[in-house]
Design a protein around this ligand. Structure first.
Ligand code: FES
Length: 163
């Protein structure tokens, strides 16, 4: 990984890419999402301040554990004066995100167990297969009578007391 001289206070997109390991297209994407910012030179070239390196490292580390970009952006925006995350910021945010990661791992275990039930089954039943009906479109998981069409009211039968 190429070193950037300490005397260099601004980086071109190519330098930032080479040093951070992020593709130029990814850096443009991060910028379009407000995760990093640059100024334009008179020749309309992007220049990033040195702390963009740390911001990109922060974004990539968070993305690696599956944190959505919107959450990362909110975390960056929540820092005082939208500063680049320092050591304490990263420690605090990574602790919170670890809890999210633990929860996702639990969900994945549950999904794996459901998938195990599906292997060799193939029913894709809305009543019985949790994976084919994850939101339980009937409102509750299986209740035979709830899945039956409701009885139509017959006004004539109600009048003569048979309904
Ligand atoms: S396919 Fe039958 S339970 Fe999922």
């Amino acid at each position: 990984m190429p070193q950037i001289p300490q005397t260099l206070h601004e980086l071109s997109v190519g330098q930032l890419s080479a040093r951070s390991g992020a593709a130029v297209s990814a850096l443009h994407f991060y910028e379009s999402k407000g995760l990093i910012s640059s100024r334009r030179t008179s020749g309309n070239q992007r220049r990033y301040s040195r702390d963009a390196l740390r911001r990109v490292a922060f974004v990539r580390a968070a993305q690696r554990v599956g944190i959505p970009l919107a959450t990362i952006r909110d975390a960056l925006a929540s820092l005082p004066e939208e500063r680049t995350p320092n050591r304490d910021d990263w420690a605090r945010l990574s602790e919170a995100w670890r809890q999210e990661l633990d929860e996702r791992i639990k969900q994945l275990h549950r999904l794996r167990d459901h998938l195990t039930d599906c292997i060799g089954c193939g029913c894709l039943s809305l009543e019985n297969c949790v994976l084919s009906n994850p939101d339980d479109i009937s409102g509750e998981r299986i209740t035979g009578s709830r899945l039956m069409p409701e009885r139509r009211r017959d006004p004539a039968a109600e009048e003569d007391g048979t309904g």
